[in-house]
Design a protein around this ligand. Structure first.
Ligand code: G3P
Length: 218
C-alpha cells in the first residue's frame, strides 16, 4: 500500500520523507491556501522535495478551462497528477486529459457510482472521501470496498486512493479492503506508529537495564 501525505506544508513533507515511508503527496486548494504561496510555485517546491506522484487540483469549473489548467499544472513537473472534481464538466475534462496522456486524480468522490464514471473516463486515480462519507452517517470504508469490487470485476486500472482518512482505524480498514493508496494528514501518519504502550514498554526496558547495570558496576 502506498502512503501519501495530504499536505502542502514543506516542513511536514520533509519530516515524513525523512522516515522513508512516503510515496507521494496530495494537495487541494484548501491545503495550498494555508501555505500562502501561489499554487504553481508551491507545487513546484513540493515536486523538488518529494520523488513520487504529487496531486495538484484545478480551480476552474468549465470543461475547457479545466483542460487548459490541467495541461499547465502537468507541465510543472513530470510527477504532477492533475486533480479534477467529479462534476459533469469534470468528466469530459478527465477524458480529454487522459487521452493526452496526462494522469488525472478524480477528487470529491462520494459514491461507487461516481468512481465507476471516473474509471470509464480514464482516471489514473480516484479519491473516495472516507471520513466525509462517515460524517453523513454512511460508511466510507464500505464505499471503498464497493469501488474495489467494481474495478476488479471489469479490470479497470484506476487506482483507489482513500482520502479524508481521519485516523489509523480508517487506514487499517481501507488497507484490509485493498485500497492501492491512502493519503494521510501528518497527524494521522504519526498516529500510525506512535503508541502509548510502546513508549511505556521502552521506558520499562531501559529502566530495568539501568538497574541491572548500576548493580553490576556498584
Ligand atoms: O485531500 C482531500 C481529503 O483528504 C480531505 O480530507 O479531512 O478535509 O475530509 P478532510
Amino acid at each position: 500500500m502506498k502512503f501519501f501525505l495530504d499536505s502542502a506544508n514543506l516542513q511536514e513533507l520533509r519530516a515524513a520523507a525523512a522516515w522513508g515511508i512516503l510515496d507521494g503527496v496530495t494537495t487541494n486548494p484548501s491545503l495550498i491556501a494555508k501555505e500562502g504561496v501561489p499554487v504553481e510555485e508551491q507545487v513546484r517546491r513540493i515536486c523538488d522535495l518529494i520523488d513520487g506522484d504529487v496531486s495538484a487540483e484545478v480551480l476552474s469549473l468549465s470543461t475547457q478551462e479545466m483542460i487548459a489548467e490541467g495541461r499547465s499544472l502537468a507541465k510543472i513537473h513530470k510527477n504532477v497528477v492533475v486533480k479534477i472534481p467529479l462534476i459533469a464538466e469534470g468528466v469530459q475534462a478527465i477524458h480529454a486529459l487522459a487521452k493526452e496522456g496526462i494522469r488525472v486524480n478524480v477528487t470529491l468522490c462520494f459514491s461507487a457510482a461516481q468512481a465507476l464514471v471516473a474509471a470509464k473516463a480514464g482516471a489514473y486515480m480516484v479519491s473516495p472521501f472516507v471520513g466525509r462519507v462517515d460524517d453523513l452517517g454512511l460508511s466510507g470504508v464500505e464505499m471503498v470496498r464497493d469501488i474495489l469490487t467494481i474495478y476488479r470485476n471489469y479490470g479497470f486500472q484506476t487506482q483507489v486512493l482513500a482520502a479524508s482518512c481521519r485516523g489509523p482505524r480508517h487506514v487499517i480498514e481501507v488497507a484490509k479492503a485493498g485500497a492501492h493508496i491512502v493519503t494521510l494528514p501528518f497527524k494521522v501518519l504519526e498516529q500510525m506508529f506512535c503508541h502509548p504502550l510502546t513508549e511505556k514498554g521502552l521506558e520499562q526496558f531501559l529502566s530495568d537495564h539501568r538497574k541491572a547495570f548500576d548493580l553490576v558496576t556498584a
